[in-house]
Ligand binder design. Structure first.
Ligand code: CTP
Ligand code: CA
Length: 239
C-alpha cells in the first residue's frame, strides 16, 4: 500500500511542514488572505509521521476539522500572518532535517493595519501594500550561511497555471532554480484543481547539476500524493 511504501523512510528525522494560508490584517476584523485549505500540508505532515519522522505542522489558518484529521504525535503550532509564519519557520531552521513549505504565503501585506474598524467613506478606497519577506528564500540563505542542520532539505511548492507563451512546468522549473531549494513540488492549477479539493496532481523536481530534473509524478487523493512526495523527500535525503 501507499502507507507501507514510505514506512520508516524518514525514521528519526525532524520534519517541519507549513500549511494553510497566511492572513494579513487590514483592521481588527478584516484581512487579505487566500483560499488555501491546508489539506495538502496536513496530508504531508501525516505522511511524514507515517514514514517515521518527528513532525511539526506550522498551521496558518487551517480549519480545525483538517487539524483533527492529523495522526496523534504531530505537533501543531498556530500562526496567522506571514511575519508569524516566518518567525516559526526560522525558529525551527537550526534543528530541522526537512522543511516543507506547503503554506500559501501572501506576497504582500497592507502597509499598515488600522487600529479601529475601518468605516466606509462614500469614496473609492485604495490600500497600499508592501512586499512580504520570502520565507523559503530566507531559509535557503540561512542554510547557505551554514546556520542550519547539516544536510537540511528544503522543499518548496508552486501552484502554476502557465500563460500563452510559457508552460506551467517551465515556470515551476525556473522557480526551483530561482528559489534555491532542493525540491519543488509543482501543482498544476490550470483547471479548477487543488484549492479546497481532495484530489491533486503534482510533479516533483530536484535541483540537479544541469538544472531542474523530474524525480516523481503523482496524481490522486491528497493522501496518496503526499505519500509519493514524502517518498521523493526520503530518496533525496539518501542520495
Ligand atoms: N514562499 C515563501 N515566502 C513567500 C512566498 C512564497 O516562503 N513570501 C514559498 C511558498 O510557501 C512556496 C514557494 O515559496 O513553497 C513558492 O511560492 P510561490 O508563491 O509559488 O512563489 P513566489 O516566489 O512567491 O512567486 P510568484 O508568486 O510571483 O509566482
Ligand atoms: Ca507568491
Amino acid at each position: 500500500t501507499d502507507e507501507s511504501r514510505a514506512d520508516g523512510a524518514l525514521s528519526g528525522a525532524s520534519v517541519i511542514v507549513s500549511a494553510g494560508g497566511t492572513r494579513e490584517p487590514l483592521d481588527p476584523v478584516r484581512f487579505l488572505g487566500n483560499r488555501s485549505s491546508g489539506k495538502q500540508g496536513a496530508a504531508l505532515a501525516a505522511a511524514a509521521a507515517t514514514a517515521g519522522a518527528r513532525v511539526t505542522l506550522i498551521a496558518a489558518n487551517v480549519d480545525s476539522d483538517v487539524l483533527a484529521s492529523l495522526p496523534a504525535g504531530v505537533d501543531i503550532e498556530h500562526v496567522s500572518t506571514t511575519a508569524e509564519l516566518e518567525a516559526a519557520c526560522t525558529a525551527h531552521a537550526s534543528s530541522a532535517d526537512v522543511i516543507v513549505m506547503a503554506a500559501a504565503v501572501s506576497d504582500y501585506r497592507p502597509a499598515a493595519a488600522a487600529q479601529h474598524k475601518m468605516k466606509k467613506t462614500g469614496d473609492d478606497l485604495t490600500i497600499a501594500l508592501v512586499e512580504n519577506p520570502d520565507i523559503l528564500r530566507g531559509l535557503v540563505e540561512l542554510r547557505d550561511a551554514g546556520r542550519t542542520r547539516t544536510g537540511q532539505l528544503l522543499v518548496g511548492f508552486a501552484a502554476e497555471t502557465g500563460s500563452h507563451d510559457t508552460s506551467a512546468e517551465s515556470l515551476a522549473q525556473a522557480k526551483l532554480l530561482r528559489k534555491g531549494c532542493d525540491l519543488l513540488v509543482f501543482n498544476d492549477v490550470s483547471g479548477d484543481r487543488a484549492f479546497g479539493h481532495d484530489d491533486n496532481a503534482v510533479v516533483v523536481y530536484r535541483a540537479g547539476a544541469d538544472g531542474a530534473e523530474e524525480v516523481a509524478r503523482s496524481e490522486g487523493s491528497k493522501a496518496h500524493v503526499s505519500n509519493d512526495v514524502i517518498a521523493a523527500v526520503a530518496a533525496e535525503r539518501s542520495r
